[in-house]
Design a protein around this ligand. Structure first.
Ligand code: NAD
Length: 293
C-alpha cells in the first residue's frame, strides 16, 4: 500500500471495475465496489471471486490469501460509502454523459483530498476533469483487460493534474505489481489508438467478405502471432466499448480512417456486445464459441 492510499473506491462493477477491485484487494487495499444496483455489484463481486479462484487453482496465490483479499472488498449501491476512499477509480460505461453523471453523483461524498481517476479507454482526461470538482486531483489510470493478468497501466495527465496526484498514482500502480507507461491526453491514448483501428479493420474485412470470422482470427493468430484473433478480442473487450472508442478517435482526430465499420454498429444495435451478452462475432451460449457469420 502507499503512504496516502488505504481505501480504494471503484465505481462501476462491470468487467473492469471487478478486475480493479480484485487487483487492489490482493495488494492489501480496502475496496469499496460501487454500482447502480445490488444485482450489478453482486455480479462484479462474483467476477472478482472467480479471478481469485483461478489464481488459487494455478497456485499463484493461496486459499488464505484469496479469502483475506475477498474480505477486503465491500460492495455498495449508495455513493456515501465512497467517503472512506483515498482514491476513487471510475470504471463506468464508456460514455461521456454516463461518466459526468457519476462525477456529479459521487462528488458530495468524496473526501476533499481524495484522488479521482477514470479508467476511460479513450475520452479526454482534461474534458472529464473539467466535469469534476477537483481537476487538479484527477487523472486517467487506464487498466488493461483482464486486469488480474495484464501487466500494463497507462497513466494520463489532464492539463490541470498536479504533480502530487500523478506521483501518488504512479506509486499506487507500482504497489499492484504493474508497469506504468505515460501517455499524453490524446484520443484513445497509446494502446487503443493502435489496437482499435486494427480491430475495426478486421470488422471491415469481415463486412467486405474478404474472410469469415474464423479465417480472419486464424490469419492474425497464426500469421501475425497474436495470442487472440481481432474479432475474438473485440468480443472480449465488448463491442459497445470498441464502437465507442472508434467514435472518439473519429470525432477527436477528424480523420476518415477512423470511421467505425457499419457492421460493428449493427452488432451493437442488435445488443450483440460480445462475451458479456453471450453473443458477438461468436455465440458463447453453447459449450464452445460458434462464429455468428
Ligand atoms: P461494463 O459495461 O462491463 O461495466 C460498466 C459498469 O458501469 C456497469 O456495471 C454499469 O452498471 C456501471 N455504471 C454505469 N453508470 C453508472 C453510474 N452512474 N454509477 C455507477 N455505476 C455505473 O464496462 P467495462 O468493460 O467494465 O468498462 C468500464 C470502463 O473501463 C470504460 O470506461 C471502458 O472504456 C474502460 N475499459 C474497458 C476495457 C475493456 O476491455 N472492456 C479495457 C480498459 C478500459
Amino acid at each position: 500500500m502507499t503512504e496516502n492510499i488505504g481505501t480504494v473506491g471503484v465505481v462501476g462493477a462491470g468487467q473492469m471495475g471487478a478486475g480493479i477491485a480484485h487487483a487492489a484487494a490482493l495488494s492489501g487495499y480496502d475496496v469499496v465496489l460501487y454500482d447502480l444496483s445490488e444485482e450489478r455489484v453482486a455480479k462484479g463481486l462474483s467476477i472478482a471471486a472467480k479471478s481469485f479462484d483461478r489464481q488459487v487453482s494455478s497456485a499463484k496465490i493461496g486459499g488464505a490469501e484469496r479469502d483475506a483479499a475477498l474480505a477486503r472488498i465491500r460492495t455498495a449501491t449508495d455513493a456515501g460509502a465512497l467517503s472512506r476512499a483515498d482514491l476513487v477509480i471510475e470504471a463506468a460505461t464508456e460514455d461521456e454523459a454516463a461518466k459526468r453523471k457519476v462525477y456529479a453523483a459521487i462528488a458530495p461524498s468524496l473526501k476533499p483530498g481524495a484522488i479521482l481517476a477514470t479508467n476511460t479507454s479513450s475520452i479526454s482526461i482534461t474534458r472529464l476533469a473539467a466535469a469534476t470538482d477537483r481537476p487538479e486531483r484527477f487523472l486517467g489510470i487506464h487498466f488493461m483487460n483482464p486486469v488480474p493478468v495484464m501487466k500494463l497501466v497507462e497513466l494520463v495527465r489532464g492539463i490541470a493534474t498536479d504533480d502530487a496526484t500523478f506521483e501518488s498514482a504512479k506509486r499506487f500502480v507500482a504497489t499492484l505489481g504493474k508497469t506504468v507507461t505515460v501517455s499524453e491526453d490524446f484520443p484513445a491514448f497509446i494502446v487503443n489508438r493502435i489496437l482499435l483501428p486494427m480491430i475495426n479493420e478486421a470488422v471491415y474485412t469481415l463486412h467486405e467478405g474478404v474472410g469469415s470470422v474464423e479465417s480472419i482470427d486464424t490469419a492474425m493468430r497464426l500469421g501475425a502471432n497474436h495470442p487472440m484473433g481481432p474479432l475474438q478480442l473485440a468480443d472480449f473487450i465488448g463491442l459497445d466499448t470498441c464502437l465507442s472508442i472508434m467514435q472518439v478517435l473519429h470525432d477527436g482526430l477528424a480523420d476518415s480512417k477512423y470511421r467505425p465499420c457499419p457492421l460493428l454498429v449493427k452488432y451493437v444495435e442488435a445488443g450483440w456486445l460480445g462475451r458479456k451478452t453471450g453473443r458477438g462475432f461468436y455465440d458463447y451460449r453453447g459449450e464452445t464459441p460458434v462464429p455468428t457469420r
